[in-house]
Write a protein that binds this ligand. Structure first.
Ligand SMILES: O=C(O)[C@H](O)[C@@H](O)[C@H](O)[C@H](O)COP(=O)(O)O
Ligand code: SF4
Length: 601
């Protein structure tokens, strides 16, 4: 199938724009290659220290020339999605031994659960945790005893941070290992409805708690299509997972088989064998374009508009939001998974999942088929799905037809002809909106603004029934420099209640929303942020703003606003408490949302 013209044009534009930094990066990766096992270049004392804790693998490490596999794990009990990783290191060591190699945990890396911290001060560290995860992984990998690596991570900032690190150590073959989604419990829609009833005072805390525990009931990734599951989609579209591994349930025989196969695949690609495949050859411009196509075709998390820019930059690839916007215009929306629909990722997987989507998008000429993937070939391999046959892991062709067209559609008959994410621009600056989750009748709001400097102020105003007319709710000083750009997802039930009362409401913020946010039109990541004196800092209650998701317009309609001075606020309250005092340097040095909101470059 001929590649779509726009996909080809945007890819060429990215390659041309990135030529300098990409060339320098690839030269550094080539220079980082070593002859023989990496550990052999350490001093005898360094090696002895590295092997002392290796138990039965100590002799092999000291005398053999077989590859040594790094395990970077983000296991902790706070993220249901990462709790299954507790069992992974022994499985991976066993897999390494089966192929005459060794494996060592290079380091444990922090991971934050955005569900636990949602609406709490901790959320102000969330975005910064991405770069800290990359730095912590750097500390693990700098032991430099590794010829291949597996990275264990799933959730929001964790996969982006790990990818930044994997790119930094891009001369090392690396496979990402997921743990898989939680089994389906109380549906996301039912959970959301009970939250709205609680916000409206119609049910008590006991009923709310029962619903939340029914939704989030066990190990595995939360089942909505938020940032975590968007990351899983990216790892398949970009060839960093084995095919079809993302949405296989944790703690099952096939999950364990996939974990071992991923480890052995990474070892098979080491420079000590004949199939050297470093990360820098997998994550090239085409892989990132494939990821952006997948993001739009699935209506994925808006957070990836920030993270993908930073992930690509770590490999010398320069993305901008116009790339996302141009690709969105030619990418059909093929999936409806909550918040873009009622299904969850388990239903999506059962309907044909990522393998069906990749087949459809390849067939439509919307993906680069000729990328290098950890599966050992091009993207065609990702139309296959793993099966256990007599205890052995095999891959078979996935379904050629959607098994539920309410969830998954063919490219010839999509839910909508363009992608789920829309770039917004106008006199207020640049922003993004997840339009796939907003009903058409809610996609244009032109109304007076009500300005807030804190999400708690919004909650108080909603509870006091102060918002009774069409309103654009502006929450500013939520940008990366102001307070770490938290997600304001806990406003969703309150704003949905206003919408349900017939009030045409939109949210505009220099902050973020969760990948799970939906249905209320939210123009987020407004750049420049208020603290940088962006137009959002000049708005006053009553000014009229037009938020038009159809046209991608974010326009101040009241004259004279831009001539005003910027409002200044005292941000001292968010400099201390629950660890925020440790991130002052991050707030001072972080970049803008549209350049990846990073402290690293
Ligand atoms: O970007 C995201 O996908 C979110 O941060 C997600 O990781 C977080 O888990 C949700 O906010 C939790 O959803 P609820 O708060 O609705 O349970
Ligand atoms: S999806 Fe969100 S809430 Fe669920 S485990 Fe991951 S970070 Fe936590």
């Amino acid at each position: 199938m001929t590649l779509n013209d726009t996909v080809a044009r945007v890819t060429d534009r990215i390659i041309a724009r990135s030529e300098g930094p990409r060339g320098d990066y690839l030269a550094r990766m080539q220079a980082a290659r070593v002859k023989g096992p990496a550990r052999g270049h350490l001093s005898c004392s360094g090696q002895a220290h590295a092997y002392a804790g290796a138990g039965t693998d100590q002799a092999a490490l000291a005398t053999e020339k077989a590859p040594n596999l790094a395990i970077v794990t983000t296991y902790n009990d706070m993220l249901s999605a990462h709790q299954p990783f507790e069992r992974f290191p022994p499985l991976i060591r066993e897999a390494a031994r089966e192929v005459g190699a060794t494996a060592q945990v290079a380091g444990g890396v922090p991971a934050m659960c955005d569900g636990v911290t949602q609406g709490e001060p901790g959320m102000e560290l969330s975005l910064f945790s991405r770069d800290l995860i990359a730095m912590a992984t750097g500390i693990a990998m700098t032991h430099n005893t590794f010829d291949a690596a597996v990275y264990l991570g799933v959730c929001d900032k964790i996969v982006p941070g790990l990818i930044i690190a994997a790119q930094t150590f891009g001369h090392i073959p690396t496979v990402f290992l997921p743990a898989g989604p939680m089994t389906s419990g109380l549906s996301n829609e039912e959970k959301s409805q009970i939250r709205q009833k609680f916000a409206a005072g119609e049910v008590g805390r006991e009923e709310l708690m029962k619903a939340e525990m029914g939704a989030y009931h066990g190990p595995g990734t939360c089942t909505f299509y938020g940032t975590a599951n968007t990351n899983q989609m990216l790892m398949e579209f970009m060839g960093m997972h084995l095919p079809g591994t993302s949405f296989v349930t944790p703690n099952t025989e096939i999950r364990d088989a996939l974990t071992k196969a991923g480890a052995q695949r990474a070892l098979a690609h080491s420079d000590l064998g004949d199939n050297y495949l470093p990360v820098c050859d997998v994550l090239d411009e085409k892989a990132f374009v494939n990821g952006i196509i997948g993001l739009n075709a699935t209506g994925g998390s808006t957070n990836l508009l920030i993270h993908l820019v930073a992930m690509a930059r770590a490999g010398g690839i320069l993305l901008d939001w116009q790339d996302f916007s141009d690709l969105s215009e030619v990418t059909p929306l093929l999936a409806r998974v909550y918040p873009n629909g009622l299904a969850d990722v388990n239903h999506f997987h059962a309907a044909g999942g990522l393998g069906y989507m990749i087949r459809e998008l390849l067939g439509a000429g919307l993906l680069h088929a000729d990328t290098k993937t950890v599966a050992g070939g091009g993207l065609e391999l990702y139309t296959q799905e793993p099966k256990l046959k007599d205890g052995a892991l095999v891959w078979e062709e996935g379904t050629r037809h959607s098994l539920n067209e309410k969830i998954l559609r063919p490219a010839a008959d999509p839910f909508q002809p363009t992608g789920g994410l829309k770039r917004m621009s106008g006199s207020l600056g640049n922003a993004v909106m997840k339009v796939s989750a907003v009903k058409p009748e809610h996609q244009i709001v032109e109304a007076p603004v009500r300005v807030f400097h804190d999400q708690e102020e919004v909650k108080a105003a909603c509870r006091a029934q102060e918002i009774t007319e069409d309103t654009v709710v502006v929450v500013r000083f939520q940008g990366p420099k102001a307070n770490g750009m938290p997600e304001l997802h806990s406003l969703t039930p309150l704003l949905k209640n206003l919408q349900a009362r017939g009030i045409n409401v939109a949210l505009v913020t220099d902050g973020r929303m969760s990948g799970a946010s939906g249905s209320v039109p939210a123009a987020i990541h407004v750049s420049p942020e208020a603290l940088d004196g962006g137009p959002i800092s000049k708005l006053e209650d009553g000014d009229v703003l037009r938020v038009d998701a159809t046209a991608g317009e974010l326009e101040i309609k009241t004259p004279g606003v831009l001539e005003r001075d910027s409002v200044r606020v005292n941000l001292g309250a968010n400099e201390y408490g629950l660890g925020r005092e440790l991130f002052a340097q991050f707030r001072r040095s972080v970049g803008t949302a549209d350049t990846g909101a990073s402290v690293l470059f």
